[in-house]
Every structure is written in C-alpha cells, then in structure tokens.
Ligand binder design. Structure first.
Ligand SMILES: O=C(O)[C@@H](CO)OP(=O)(O)O
Ligand SMILES: [Mn+2]
Ligand SMILES: [Mn+2]
Length: 618
C-alpha cells in the first residue's frame, strides 16, 4: 500500500509478494523527486486512443475489458487539468452552532463557492450510500475514498463480516480452518480495536468470532485490546472492557480459558498506518507477542482506568500506554507462542497492514521482533492488501472493487498527479484505486507523499497543508497532468483530537490553501471539484437525541472526536468550465460514488455505464 509496498518492508517470505513490489514502485520522496518518466513523452493534451486493441493482441487468451472512454457529446476536454480536491472530514452539518468548526471558521473561499448558483450541493457520505451496513453508520476515509475513486457502491468490510457471521460462512472458510488447528492444544489470540465504532472493527463481530471459536472447541483464547476514543466517545473504553469481560465470563462457563492479555490506545500501539510511525507497531508487538510493556496489571479494567489518569486531566483512550495483563506471580497471561493462532479482527485495511507484515513475514527487519513464533496460524479478518496478498490467510474475502477510475485513466493515456501527507497518502492512492498498492501505471502517474508530523495534530493544526498546496501548484503548472488529486488531512485529523479551537484553525488553513489552488487552476484554464469524504470538523460536541450539546458535571462540553453522519459539500468550477455546466437537479440522492462519473465528464468523456451517474448537466 502506498510507499509501504517497498521501502521499510523487510524481505517477504513469499515470492509473489516480492514480484508485486517490483512491478509497483514505491512513491517517490518529496521535493527531489523526478516526474514520472514517460509522462513527458506521452503528453496528454488530447485524449489518447484507448489501447484496448493492442492489449487484446498481446494477451489474446484473456477477454480484455474495454476501458475505452467515449468523448462526451457536449463537453469538450479542457485545455487545462481537472482537479479533485478532498477536504478530509469537512461535512455540511445541520447543526450550525459554536461547536461546528466548519461553520465557526473564517472560510471566505468556501463561503464564496457556496454562493454560486447550481454549482454547490451536498452529497451523501455515510451509511448505505458508501456500502456500510446501515444509515446509522458514519462515513470514513476508507469507504469514502473507495467510492470517490471507483464510482461505484460496493458492500464494504463491515457488511461482509456481518454477512459471514450471520450465514456462518466465516466458519467454513480456509482461514477459519487454519486457526482451528490451534483450538485443541494451543492458544487463539484476537487482536483489534475494541469499540462499536464500525470504522475499523466492531465489538459484536469480535464476540461473534469468540463464541464461534469456543463453540467449535477452542480451549484457550486471549484477546489483545486496542482502546478507541476516536470513533466512539472518549472514555467509553471502560464500558467496552466491562462488556467484553461479561462475555468472557459466560464463555468460561463453557469450559474455555479466556482472558484479556494486553492492550493500549489505538494511537499508541499497533494501529499505525502508511508507515507514519513504526515504533507504534513495535510497541504492539512487544505487548501482544512478547508480553513486554511499560505497565503491568492483573486485569484490563484496572489497566484502562489507571492509565486514563485523573478525571481533571484524563489521558484519551486513543493514547493509553501499552500494558500487559499478568498473573499473581507477575507473569504475562497471554504471550504469543509457537503453533498459536492469531486473528486480527479489524476489517479495515490501512491500520492493519504494518502489524500484518510483522506477523506474516519470516524475514522482516523493520524492527527487532526479538522472538518470531514458529508455525503461527495467522489470519486477518480480511485480506488487507490484495496486491501484496497480505495476509495470505483471512476469515472473510475483502470487497472486490473493480474498474476504478484510475484504471480508465491509465488505459486512455490520461496522466494523474496524486498528493497528500503521510496520514492520508494511502487514501488518495491505495483506497482511491480500490485497495491496490503502488501505481496502476507508473509511466502515467505520479504519487507524492509529504511526510506528516509525528505529533498530536491539535498542536500543529496546519499540518502539511501548505506543502501539499505548493507541490500541487507545481504539478498543475507543469502541464504534465490531466488529473490532479489532492487530499487535505486537517479538518479530519485535527477534528479527531476533539480540540475545537485547533479544528477551527485547521478549516481556515485549508480554506486558504483551496483559494491558492483554485487561482492556479484558473490560470491554466482548468476545471475542478472540491468536496470531502465524510464529516468530522462539522460537529465537535456530543449531543443528546434532540441535538442538544451534552455537558459534564463541571459544565464542560463533551468533545466529539468521531466522524459525523453529515453529508459533504461538493463544488464545481474553473475558468475552463463552460457556464452552461451546472449540477443537475434529478439526482437528489447523489453520494460520493457519483463523483467519479462527474470527474470523467469534466475531462470531456462520457462516464462508464457501470458508474453511479454524473452529477452535472452541460
Ligand atoms: O483515523 C482513522 O483511522 C479513521 C477513524 O477511525 O479516520 P479516517 O477514516 O478519516 O482515516
Ligand atoms: Mn477521511
Ligand atoms: Mn478520520
């Protein structure tokens, strides 16, 4: 995934995995990097003829899918590029009060865009519109960017795991067979995010797996918990631990030796992404596998309660220190040993890839694992990276996201520049491309990662927005790219800290950056879409059922660190966009998946019929 497909990865034990890395070069480093080699030799001023025929000639045995894009009947291609700019976590919320950072921020650019008739609307970014189980599910970056990039709505991980548990297919698959080898005489370990957030995992799905394992003969089970406080209210981890303990007590009655063995906050251990901070993964390995952590407790509830500190200045659930549960002699109750089974019970990919590599690859050198258990029966809830086939074994097949817009682009000679900072880099590459790591065609694409800071982002709410802007302006002005894709992480990443003031600042910074980008786009006669992938900054307070803010006994507003259910804004424009092009009014239910067809229209092509319809009329 992203730069992770090369770089810091130790040599894999599987040959096909090494091949995948060669074929898919890692993203270049920022600044000094060269532009995509043959982008210059293949200028994309005019849409190139689709190479479908040539492809069929070289691979006659395969029925080649015809990716040819037909010219749009009315809208000619622009002379300049088409930009899609994602303001991550920037929702259009019905609560327009002091806790809505998007509303409170001074955003002259976005305000002006909102005022343009028929070129601003909102689109759905949550629930079934992005393939989640129900409309009570908030959106997130994975499903959001999948929908934006693929133009289609597919059943996502959360839903697929629900189905596999309901129908029992989970317990019949190869992944389950593998872990069940450990049921009679070894330990089965479950590692993942303990909450009902539904973004990375769900506690009820963990319980479904635990019950399934015990019913099928698992004798010894250990659970390694990552506390949330990001997709669910901060402080709720204690409740999730209590609920899990109650469930485990019932399973003990059935004769299973089951206990929580280790844990820590999701932003402290195990769940790093895009190689932003491998030290987090090492801390997780040490706690889960080796039984080593800075803190030892004899039960998980005491661990979480103690490590959260005082009520006056609590440590967020997201940042709880790594801990290990020990017996009365001080020995860890659940280290991972030879022949054990390990299940990563998160369904979402980005934050499971690194820990998967540590478990999967025999020959791994990114950090010193000290001990690598032999003959591990290791599975993911899903396969997290289809290109790397990582992990090789999994409980539920992942969503199949095919015919993504990037595939159409490379088959039609359309050059692309994609840029974000580390925290969102895989969003505009890996997720955008339907969970494919690396380039679709390195000759036509340039992916640029700006390294993120390694701090809590409320302390630096500008994050790397200015650097992303500068690099994207350069790409726009270079004339090399027909598509420019940018993600600004700020409203989302700062929103997750629950710090209202910093999140307002994050929105203001991004607004200023959008202004710069639109000016440059106008200077090259481009066309643009500005939108978001889900809400977050647009509501920073927990609310009761009537939408009233909830306050603590001391009168402090309770922060909301999660995403929201809000729709997101979408704006279109650009000096290269004819005045006649406006949003149509017969797609009121439009969502993120309608953006790809809209982008393809702006490029001067008809959208593929398999895509959700375009939002514009010309
Ligand atoms: O940080 C993350 O992992 C999620 C929230 O759990 O946010 P996003 O979907 O925006 O990446
Ligand atoms: Mn996001
Ligand atoms: Mn987020």
């Amino acid at each position: 995934m992203g730069k992770g497909c090369g770089g810091a990865l130790g040599k894999g034990k599987k040959k096909d995995e090494a091949k995948a890395q060669e074929a898919k070069p890692a993203a270049a480093e920022p600044a000094a990097q060269a532009p995509a080699a043959s982008a210059e030799s293949k200028p994309a001023e005019t849409p190139a003829p689709a190479p479908a025929a040539a492809e069929a000639a070289t691979a006659p045995q395969k029925m080649a899918y015809d990716y040819t894009l037909k010219p749009h009947p009315v809208l000619a291609p622009p002379t300049g590029p088409v930009m899609v700019c994602i303001l991550d976590g920037f929702g259009e919320n019905e609560f327009k009060d002091e806790y809505n950072a998007v509303h409170m921020a001074k955003t002259p650019t976005v305000d002006a865009l909102r005022a343009v008739p028929n070129r601003f609307r909102t689109i759905k970014a949550h629930g079934t519109a992005v393939g989640l189980p129900s409309d009570a599910d908030m959106g997130n970056s994975e499903v959001g960017h999948n929908a934006l990039g693929s133009g289609q709505v597919v059943d996502q991980g959360a839903r697929l795991v629900d189905i596999a548990l309901e129908t029992g297919t989970m317990f019949e698959g190869a992944g389950w067979k593998l872990i069940s080898q450990a049921f009679p005489a070894n330990t089965v370990h479950f590692i993942g995010l303990l909450s009902d957030g539904g973004v990375h995992s769900r506690a009820d799905q963990l319980v479904g797996c635990l019950r399934g394992a015990v019913a099928r003969g698992a004798k010894r089970v250990r659970v390694h918990i990552l506390t949330d406080g990001r997709d669910v209210p901060d402080g709720s981890s204690i409740k999730f631990v209590e609920e899990l303990e109650a469930e485990m007590a019932a399973l003990r009655e059935k004769g299973c030796d089951i206990a929580i063995a280790s844990g820590g906050g999701r932003m402290k251990v195990t769940m790093d992404r895009y190689e932003a901070d491998w030290a987090m993964v090492k801390a997780g390995w040490d706690a889960h596998v080796l039984g080593k952590a800075p803190h030892q407790f004899t039960d998980a509830k005491t661990a979480v309660t103690t490590l959260r500190g005082t009520d006056e200045a609590p440590v967020s659930d997201q940042y709880i220190d790594p801990f290990v549960i020990v017996d009365k002699n001080g020995a860890p109750v659940g280290t991972i040993q030879d022949n054990d089974a390990v299940v990563l019970f998160n369904f979402r990919a980005d934050r499971m890839v690194e820990i998967s590599k540590a478990f999967e690859y025999e020959d791994f050198s990114t950090f010193d694992r000290e001990r690598f258990p032999e003959n591990l029966r290791f599975v993911g809830m899903m396969q997290y990276d289809g290109d790397l086939k990582l992990p090789a074994n999994f409980l539920v097949p992942p969503p199949e996201i095919s015919h993504v817009s990037g595939q159409y682009f490379v088959r039609n000679g359309i050059t692309t520049f994609a840029c974000s900072e580390t925290q969102k880099f895989g969003h505009v590459t890996f997720f955008w491309n339907g969970n494919r790591s690396g380039y679709l065609d390195a000759a036509l694409e340039q992916y640029l990662e700006i390294p993120s800071d390694k701090i809590e982002f409320n302390h630096a709410p500008d994050m790397k927005a200015r650097e992303i802007t500068a690099a994207s302006k350069e790409a726009i002005l270079s004339g090399k790219y027909k598509v420019v894709r940018v993600n600004f992480a700020n409203p989302d990443m700062v929103g997750h800290t629950g710090d209202l003031g910093a999140t307002i600042r994050a929105c203001e910074t991004v607004d200023a950056c959008v202004k710069e980008l639109l000016e440059v786009m106008d200077s090259v006669n481009g066309r643009w879409i500005v939108t978001s992938d889900h809400g977050n900054a647009d509501d920073m307070v927990q609310r009761d059922k009537k939408g009233r803010p909830i306050f603590s006994e001391e009168g402090k507003a309770l922060p909301l660190t999660s995403h929201t259910l809000a729709p997101v804004p979408i704006f279109i424009g650009g000096a290269g966009l004819p005045d006649t092009v406006v949003f149509r009014d017969d797609e009121p239910e439009g969502g993120l998946a309608n953006v790809a067809a809209t982008t393809i229209n702006l490029l001067g092509y008809e959208a593929p019929s398999i895509y959700k319809p375009s939002l514009i009329k010309a």
